[in-house]
Design a protein around this ligand. Structure first.
Ligand code: HSE
Length: 321
């Protein structure tokens, strides 16, 4: 047991945005971006449990009721695991746009879990931290998927094996892989984008999908870009969900015309990602997608060009008591 007066006074943590699904890996593939990301500060406070919760960067839209807030639920999950009723104050600084398909609620939950654990003794391992983050993520998406939280926590290109708890398997990242991400200024609620999928898929779509998922993993291991290109297709979710994203087909095509290896919806969208070989191609793909969103749908966009973030969540600052 760590003496309470030996523990820090506050811990500030950054957790990155993530691109999930990656075509064929609905709920099982995700990768971490270098930016944007969310920051969470957890401070020791007088009292017991979560004594305060404040948010910035969300335009006042994310609930500050701890029972409905991804970061706070993750912090509470850590405290429950550690069996402590210590008082904590939470500050969430949103850097990831809301309902963007970039894993914002997962990043807040991951940052909250990592910060709370570091504040309270730093004894939880990654699988335990992921489980705590998932308590928060479930609230955001209404489903139990770890394909955003796992890469945000651990970094890298991750395969998540579903289960209780989910298991993280690190996949290799080809050296010249750069991701272009274009976020149009519109929103898609993950819960809604999951509900329109229904519960069943045709067998033929399943065969296509698991073939592509296996092919993508093989392509990453062998750095076979032809194989990666052929397998970056979603036969299950994207054909249904793309109608929620104005201009989707043209935007995706513009990335491929700019030289991207493959492109598709980032998570439940509306952000579109493109996997590229090299930064130059990725910058062209990001710009082409932004232009296509403007021309096809009259939407302005933000773009990010990033390597895979191999670190994941990181502690930025520890303040003593
Ligand atoms: N795999 C999840 C989905 C990610 O596609 O619903 C949500 O961002």
């Amino acid at each position: 047991m760590t003496r309470r007066d030996a523990l820090p006074g506050a811990v500030r943590v950054f957790a990155p945005a993530s691109v999930s699904n990656l075509g064929s890996g609905f709920d099982i593939f995700g990768l971490a971006l270098e930016s944007p990301g969310d920051e969470v500060v957890v401070r020791a406070a007088k009292g017991t449990g979560i004594v305060s919760l404040s948010m910035t960067g969300d335009g006042g839209r994310v609930p500050t009721d701890p029972a409905r807030n991804a970061a706070a639920l993750a912090v509470q999950g850590v405290m429950d695991r550690l069996g402590t009723d210590a008082g904590v104050a939470i500050e969430v600084r949103k850097g990831i746009p809301l309902a963007s398909g970039l894993g914002g609620s997962a990043a807040s939950a991951v940052a909250g879990a990592v910060a709370a654990d570091a504040l309270l003794g730093g004894s939880l391992d990654r699988p335990a931290l992921l489980e705590c983050a998932m308590i928060g993520e479930r609230k955001g998406s209404g489903a139990n998927h770890a394909d955003n939280a796992a890469p945000s926590l651990a970094g890298g290109f991750v395969l998540v094996l579903p289960g209780q708890p989910p298991e993280m398997v690190a996949l290799p990242t080809p050296a010249d892989l750069v991701i272009a991400v274009t976020h149009p200024h519109t929103e898609v609620q993950t819960l809604e984008a999951r509900m329109i999928l229904g519960d069943t898929i045709p067998l033929a779509a399943g065969i296509q999908q698991w073939g592509n998922a296996a092919g993508l993993v093989a392509g990453l291991f062998t750095e076979d870009w032809e194989l990666i290109a052929r397998c970056l297709c979603d036969a299950v979710a994207e054909p249904v969900r793309s109608r929620l994203v104005p201009g989707f087909e043209r935007v995706r095509a513009s990335a491929l015309e700019a030289g991207a290896v493959g492109a598709g919806l980032s998570g439940s969208g509306p952000t579109i990602f493109a996997l590229c070989r090299g930064r130059g191609v990725a910058e062209q793909a990001a710009a082409a997608m932004a232009e296509a969103f403007r021309e096809e749908a009259g939407l302005a966009s933000d773009t990010v060009v990033s390597r895979v973030n191999e670190v994941g969540a990181r502690i930025l600052e520890i303040t003593s008591r």
